[in-house]
Design a binder for this molecule. Structure first.
Ligand code: GLC
Length: 581
């Protein structure tokens, strides 16, 4: 369908919409409009009954994802790991951790996914290894200045006896980012850098050997048949020369410094040198291209918490990542004007480099949007919610979450869905502190609850032990009682359930080609976000009502999707609708 610059507006009083994204400009590569479902392997499905999800469990549930209507899955790490950071501490990048199964299970999972028409993206963790990786063990056993130490960020300490850390950096999980080692002869020794847990030593990406090793790891998984990589902490690999002090707390998002604003880029994030690494990876991915189309079939997606958007866009230039998570969207509060602004800015930045914009509301690192949106609107996003914290309004949170997803899935580009959000799952917000496993909880001195609340095992069948997570009643984190009513089997086939809402949206999105559409956004429409997705097969109008008063749909509107019950032709508060007119 041709793009219309001055469309008829949904209501006669609304101002004209502006074209903020022209979907007709790009080739049709699958990843430009894909909906990718994040599987968190520890918590998706347990086959062997040990209370921890596994690859065979995942494979057995793939038909559910085909029926849901997603295009691909991304799996968080399932590699050999001591699990100090739930698998983001990898000790062998070419092996499956016995917790999750064997390499054969990974191959079977990829094969089954492909049979079902689903692509498979795996996680790659290049910023750091586990301290139990053979390289780090060798580094500890070797002398300062040795080639083994060179692979990591070892430095002498400050002060006469080297007992002060080399600089003042703090770790993302709390506490200092340096740990002092004991040398093989028993004397107090050098320090090594870990931007995350002490069990996650940072690699030295200036060293060619490190680069070669990761190129070989990429090839290993590409040869096994995976369709791409989600790259962990993609903005962190290169550190500013000299490792200068940084007088602020460290967050994944450098600009999210508590109470401070600065024009200087943090010396550990978003250094220009990272781009060279990704250019070489892109060349490898392109060489696996089966269609001969320069757009490619195998992709990589950056986890890069980078601001402003112009800096973030550098990661998705044609010679680097295919796409990057849009954390600005995830971080946007429930305000129509802020949503309009982030939608416009996201398209402007990505379109300027020819990359698809992606959309995401939840993942394994943040409070789920069904809980987040049940908190007071202007409160900063908490890092976990505990029993003694103010509790989210569950009903309001779910209502807004359904509206937010309905808005999100109407947007052209790629989208990421985090397992369980299609069931409307909230976080476990009253989890006992004793069962918490996220290193954040300990490392922050029990001031930040951390991310366990969004990582709870999936409820599949309400009447089974462990809500059908596996064959036993064991689950590595406890499931809240509220998950029973939200189990997949309680929602499947039930009109109005969150699961059926997601299925319907994904079906309509696919059938009408909304992922490839052009977007027209109306300005100055107060608490109501009004847009038109000028899609291949229809002009889909979207109204998301964030205000308190109901909004009328125009005469003759044919509703395709509604996030909640409508009052005749009126869209109530915190409800979003797709319609044609
Ligand atoms: C990424 C992951 C997070 C992990 C961290 C360190 O942000 O998403 O779960 O803890 O990197 O690897």
């Amino acid at each position: 369908m041709p793009v219309t610059q001055n469309p008829t507006t949904p209501t006669s009083t609304a101002p004209a919409a502006q074209l903020v994204h022209d979907g007709s400009r790009h080739a049709d590569a699958w990843w430009r409009s894909a909906v990718i479902y994040q599987i968190y392997p520890r918590s998706f499905a347990d086959h062997d009954g040990d209370g921890m999800g596994d690859l065979v469990g995942i494979t057995s549930r793939l038909p559910y994802l085909r029926d849901l209507g997603v295009d691909a899955v991304w799996l968080s790490p399932f590699y050999a790991s001591p699990q100090a950071d739930a698998g983001y501490d990898v000790s062998d990048y070419r092996a499956v951790d016995p917790l999750f199964g064997r390499l054969e299970d990974a191959k079977a999972m990829v094969a089954r996914a492909h049979e079902l028409g689903l692509r498979v993206i795996v996680d790659l963790v290049p910023n750091h290894t586990s301290d139990e990786h053979e390289w780090f063990r060798a580094a500890l056993a070797a002398a300062p200045g040795s080639p083994e130490r060179e692979r990591y960020m070892f430095r002498d300490g400050k002060g006469p006896d080297g007992s002060e850390p080399p600089n003042n950096w703090e770790s993302v999980f709390g506490g200092r980012a340096w740990t002092r080692v004991t040398e093989p002869d028993g004397s107090p020794g050098q320090w090594y850098l870990h931007l995350f847990d002490p069990k996650q030593p940072d690699l030295n990406w200036e060293l060619p050997e490190v680069r070669e090793e990761f190129e070989s790891i990429l090839r290993f998984w590409l040869d096994l048949g995976v369709d791409g990589f989600r790259v962990d902490v993609a903005h962190g690999l290169i550190k500013e020369a000299g490792l200068p002090d940084w007088d602020a707390e460290l967050h994944l998002l450098g600009a999210g410094l508590k109470g401070e604003s600065t024009d200087r880029r943090p010396p550990m994030w978003d250094q220009d040198g990272v781009h060279e690494v990704y250019e070489s990876w892109r060349r490898i991915l392109n060489s696996y291209n089966e269609t001969g189309d320069s757009a490619g079939d195998r992709i990589m997606c950056a986890e890069a918490w980078v601001t402003p958007v112009e800096r973030a866009a550098r990661y998705v230039r044609e010679t680097e990542f295919h796409q990057a998570f849009n954390f600005d969207f995830l971080e946007t509060h429930w305000h129509a004007d802020k949503l309009r602004e982030v939608i416009r800015a996201s398209y402007a930045a990505n379109d300027s480099v020819g990359a698809p914009t992606t959309w995401v509301l939840s993942n394994h690192d943040v409070v789920r949007h069904a809980s987040r949106l049940g908190l007071p609107i202007d409160q900063p996003r908490p890092n976990g919610i505990g029993a003694e914290d103010p509790q989210p309004d569950t009903e309001l949170g779910l209502r807004r979450a359904r509206a937010a997803t309905t808005l999100m899935l109407a947007l052209p580009g790629g989208a990421y869905i985090y397992q369980g959000e299609e069931l409307g799952l909230p976080d476990h917000t009253t989890m006992p502190d004793e069962v918490r496993q996220d290193p954040t909880w300990e490392r922050s001195g029990h001031t930040e609850k951390g991310r366990d609340g969004c990582r709870v095992p999936m409820p599949w069948e309400a009447d089974r032990p462990g809500l059908g997570f596996g064959p036993s009643e064991q689950t590595w984190l406890p499931q809240p009682e509220s998950y029973r009513a939200l189990a997949a089997d309680r929602q499947a086939g039930v009109p109005g359930s969150t699961l059926e809402l997601y299925r319907r949206m994904l079906q309509v999105r696919r059938e009408l080609g909304m992922g490839q559409g052009s977007l027209l956004l109306e300005e100055s429409t107060g608490d109501v976000v009004r847009m038109v997705n000028d899609a291949r097969e229809a002009r889909v109008q979207v109204v998301a009502n964030l205000g308190t008063d109901p909004v009328d749909l125009p005469d003759g509107a044919q509703v395709l999707v509604a996030s909640g019950d409508l009052d005749g032709t009126r869209v109530p508060s915190d409800t979003a609708v797709w319609f044609t007119a």
